[in-house]
Design a protein around this ligand. Structure first.
Ligand SMILES: [Mg+2]
Length: 407
């Protein structure tokens, strides 16, 4: 800090200041009217904050105490008389200096509720306090399809907040994301998503299995993998083998059957408008992900490829296998191609085979995931709307609507 800056800060701390708070029915001209009134006193503006809740405006102005012969009593009288003429309440408090500097350790805490209850808000805010955090700012990001509120917190470590709030989130069935504050948050420029049960509602292998008449067998192999009797790659090969002999024309039918997750188009469309690059990695099949890449305008897509010979599926895969480590490897590759540092990537997935990718990303989001995935990820979304991920990135519903994309 330079000597002049130090002097300036000391002066700021010691200087007499006047806090003016106006509250009442919002309408155009309130802020202009207040400052027109204050302008008569040649005071300097130190801070202004305004918010509107259900049509009521709260406007706070922190100004230097009047000098040059004007006395504070006159300022008070003028502001009160202006407020009365407008039908507003005014409160004027004399003091010194500006806000206390914010504590070290800054995070954004986003809370998503469906609904957001007073009880869960109480638990979350109490938990922030118990970690030593102070809430410096609160604002609503969205009221639809969930209520999303962001708390700017200082004075507590991001990791400590994450741990403490994850417990409260689970207990109160709300989703909470804690992200370190800083420029990099706005610079997150690559999002990579899992496909099955994340970008789409279906498991593609099950759709194929239905056409092959082997749903039960595929389900049994899936169950074995869940029980840990088979690893992902073994179970993938075992399930694909069951599709041997299926006519290639089924691919087109499966493409038509897949259902996007609610909010998927809004998520992708908004991110693209905001300049993000968006990719998918799937343990499913390129026969489906290529079509998704095309229809959704995705920058990257990678998946396993079903081998087709003479118009029939052979029950084998060709090319590089996308499994649990493969997904993390692809995230790194996409990040490199996009020119985005790994720390500035976001990964979204629901399955155990997404965990390496979720942990490798700057922010790993478990989407309606199994508990084991939810607990290991940085954050979890448990409402069935993919666009709520936007709020975790601090993007507001207004920004989403400005992008004019609807599902
Ligand atoms: Mg999945």
């Amino acid at each position: 800090m330079t000597p002049s800056q130090e002097a300036h800060d000391a002066a700021q701390t010691e200087a007499p200041t006047v806090l003016v708070k106006i509250f009442g029915k919002d309408r155009p001209g309130i802020t202009a009217g207040l400052f027109d009134t204050l302008a008569a006193y040649w005071v300097d503006v130190i801070d202004i904050e305004q918010l509107v809740t259900r049509g009521r405006i709260t406007l706070c102005a922190l100004v230097s105490a009047p000098s040059g012969g004007e006395d504070e009593g006159a300022l008070r009288a003028t502001v009160h008389s202006w407020a009365e003429s407008m039908g507003m309440d005014a409160e004027i408090i004399t003091g010194t200096g500006d806000n206390q500097p914010r504590g070290l350790g800054r995070s954004h805490v986003t809370v998503l509720g469906h609904p957001l209850t007073a009880r869960s808000t109480s638990a979350i805010t109490a938990s922030i306090t118990s970690t030593g955090g102070n809430i410096d700012r609160i604002f609503r990001l969205a009221k639809y399809p969930v209520t999303a509120v962001e708390f700017d917190v200082s004075g507590a470590g991001t990791a400590e907040l994450r741990t403490a709030l994850a417990q409260e989130a689970a207990r109160h069935k709300v989703d909470v994301a804690v992200v370190a504050s800083g420029l990099h948050r706005r610079a997150q420029r690559l999002i990579v998503m899992d496909v099955d049960s994340t970008l789409i509602q279906d498991e593609v292998i099950e759709l194929f299995a239905a056409h092959a008449g082997c749903e039960a067998e595929v389900a049994e192999v899936t169950a074995q993998a869940m029980r840990g009797e088979l690893d992902f790659e073994q179970s993938l090969h075992a399930r694909v083998r069951l599709l041997a002999g299926l006519d290639e024309s089924v691919v087109e039918k499966v493409r038509e059957e897949i259902r996007l997750t609610p909010g998927a188009r809004t998520l992708v469309g908004t991110l693209k408008r905001l300049g993000y690059q968006v990719g998918v990695v799937s343990g499913g099949f390129t026969q489906v992900t290529d079509a998704l890449q095309e229809s959704m305008g995705l920058d990257f897509a990678s998946a396993n490829t079903l081998e087709v010979v003479d118009g029939k599926l052979t029950g084998r895969l060709t090319g590089e296998i996308v499994d649990r480590p493969g997904k993390a490897r692809l995230l790194r590759r996409f990040a490199e191609e996009a020119g985005v540092p790994l720390k500035q990537t976001v990964a979204i997935g629901d399955g155990a085979n997404d965990l390496d990718m979720l942990n490798a990303a700057g922010l790993g989001v478990a989407f309606n995931a199994k508990p084991v995935v939810r607990e290991a990820a940085h954050t979890a979304v448990n409402v069935p709307f993919l666009d709520t991920v936007l709020y975790l990135l601090g993007i507001t519903r207004d920004e989403v609507e400005a992008a004019e994309i609807t599902d």
